[in-house]
Design a protein around this ligand. Structure first.
Ligand SMILES: Nc1ncnc2c1ncn2[C@@H]1O[C@H](COP(=O)(O)O)[C@@H](OP(=O)(O)O)[C@H]1O
Ligand SMILES: [Mg+2]
Length: 261
């Protein structure tokens, strides 16, 4: 994790660059939030400002790399590229537009073909309203579990249909919050023990969070247990399980038996 007092970053390092870029976008988003905008206008201004800032930083510092962003046209030449930045300039746009909510984030991830597997080699999730950034340059240590009863982070607005039955079966409590990045970081920080999502999401919603969670030693997969795959031509990556490793079998077993309907 970094905070605003850290020394000048080495921007040639992909981990440091990801963290720094996400923080710069966060600073910009906090400014946008002071401009007196509301609702749709605030959402649009946030999305546009963070996209412009990150696109500029990537063009300046990583001109040879491709970019997949929620807020830009998808240049499909990325599918054959060696290095692709997968970014969500503002994740949890709805919560960003509801000050003083702090459950919104900036996601910056790097996918590299040479890595194999999910391909994620660096990533940062900034939570600007908390002044905190989690990133792969300084992998987080997940604290010991503070709650006896498992806590499952779920979408505030679109929780998957099956999570209530899952929570009943494993004796868990549901913790609704905004932003995929915030929910994954809630598992990293011991605010929740698992994040379960299904029913729709995109590569940019979970790439950087998964890079950070993986570096912290958490279980990361699709909800059926299959591997997450990034930089596919199809940007949809509709479901996700991030959890403490000891909870994975129980949750995957539930999904195997009941499906996600
Ligand atoms: N059913 C669904 N279909 C498409 N996108 C979804 C979705 N559920 C969640 N998401 C996306 O995942 C991110 C986290 O959502 P949530 O806060 O509800 O968990 C949001 O990204 P954005 O805020 O970048 O649009 C949201 O749009
Ligand atoms: Mg998003």
């Amino acid at each position: 994790m970094t905070d605003a007092t850290d020394a000048a970053p080495d921007l040639t390092d992909d981990h440091a660059f990801a963290a720094w870029a996400a923080e710069q976008a966060g600073v910009r988003l906090l400014e946008v939030r002071t401009q007196g905008l509301e609702g749709r206008a605030l959402k649009d201004a946030g999305d546009a400002a963070a996209q412009e800032l990150l696109a500029g930083l990537l063009a300046e510092h990583r001109p040879a790399d491709k970019v997949l962003s929620e807020e830009a046209r998808d240049d499909k030449s990325r599918v054959d590229a060696e290095r692709v930045w997968i970014i969500d300039p503002l994740d949890g746009t709805r919560e960003f537009s509801e000050p003083p909510r702090d459950d919104w984030a900036v996601h910056v991830a790097l996918w590299e073909r040479s890595a194999g597997g999910d391909g994620l080699t660096a990533g940062a999730v900034a939570q600007p309203a908390l002044g905190e950034t989690f990133h792969t340059g300084a992998p987080a240590t997940v604290p010991p579990r503070s709650a006896d009863r498992p806590r499952i982070a779920v979408s505030r607005s679109r929780p998957p249909a099956f999570v209530e039955a899952l929570a009943d079966e494993i004796g868990a409590e549901l913790v609704p919050m905004g932003s995929a990045g915030v929910k994954v970081m809630s598992v990293v920080r011991d605010v929740a023990d698992a994040y379960v999502h299904a029913g729709g999401q995109y590569q940019w919603d979970n790439a950087a969070p998964v890079a950070v969670a993986k570096a912290a030693g958490l279980h990361c997969s699709r909800v059926d247990g299959s591997p997450l795959v990034y930089n596919e031509a199809d940007t949809s990556l509709p479901d996700l399980l991030v959890c403490r490793p000891e909870l994975a079998d129980q949750i995957l077993d539930f999904v195997r038996r009941h499906g996600t309907d």
